[in-house]
Design a protein around this ligand. Sequence first.
Ligand code: SF4
Ligand code: SF4
Length: 327
Amino acid sequence: MMNDELAKEIEQQALAHGFSACGIISLDDMDGYAKMYEERMENVPESRPFYSRPEMQQITQVKKRFPWAKSLIICTTDYTRYRFPKELRNKFAKAFLLSRDGDTTTELYRKKHDFTRWLTDKGLRWEGGDDTSHLQIGGLRYAAMKAGLGIIRRNNFFYNENGCYVELDGYAIDAECRLYHHAVIRPCSDRCNLCQKACPSHALQGPNKFSPLRCVSFCNTFGLGWNPMKVTDEEMGTWTIGCDACQDACPYNRRKNWDEGEPFPNLEELVPYFDLERLQTAPAEEIIEKVLPKTQEHIFPNQVNRLRESAKRAMKNSLGETLDVRR
Ligand code: SF4
Ligand code: SF4
């Protein structure tokens, strides 16, 4: 039996624990995700080797992975409320550095985990959040769209009314409850291709046509040292961890001035450790302690030297940009 009271209570608790919004959908709502996933590969055949790996395919198998589950909670954390230091822009992706998961000492992190403690205390069986690896419960952007919290735009990102700088967390639970929203958000104009034009490595090849192995963000995190599509140093530009180019170019994000907003907990103190010159020479212990936690297991301690190479390349390219500007 559907439990509307429980749905409301979960939403209240999610908001009280620092989430910006919360929806609850059925597992059946995710049925269309496998089709969308397959279409991605059909649209960009070179993406098939990446998306068809068994560990990636799991992302479409929410019913198989959580056979006991009856509902999916999907929560958003909007990070447009924060400012983002100038020194980090165009080098480090905001999704990493403004994530709740990147600093276990913060209140933001503690509250997120207190939310799952509340689910447990409520007697609910649950799985999900960042405890369930990068895959989480699977297809979080699709789940958030199905919950009516926003839309997926042509650059493949999920957008709420403030843009796409939104962190998503999903939890499978063993209770029947639903909570749908009806966000009213203008879709992309048919004429807009600003995200595609901004993509430095042609990973974004058309509306919702994405080649993950060409993505700068893949090359400088997961793929460190593996570059099958031969993305060039020039295309990598100044990006050192992640890439925001297709998001920053989007008019639905441009409303945000990143000089404004509250400081993200502990981030401004960390800025010196992200200096490109320092990253090349700092002891590995320093990078492991100060920098890698912000990558949320996208870069591991045995890849510190690869990160140094990224910093070196980014610095070389940023000097080139400075010279270009002077000309
Ligand atoms: S993250 Fe960067 S490289 Fe990847 S699709 Fe977007 S703009 Fe292109
Ligand atoms: S840049 Fe244009 S096409 Fe791309 S996601 Fe934004 S509105 Fe849509």
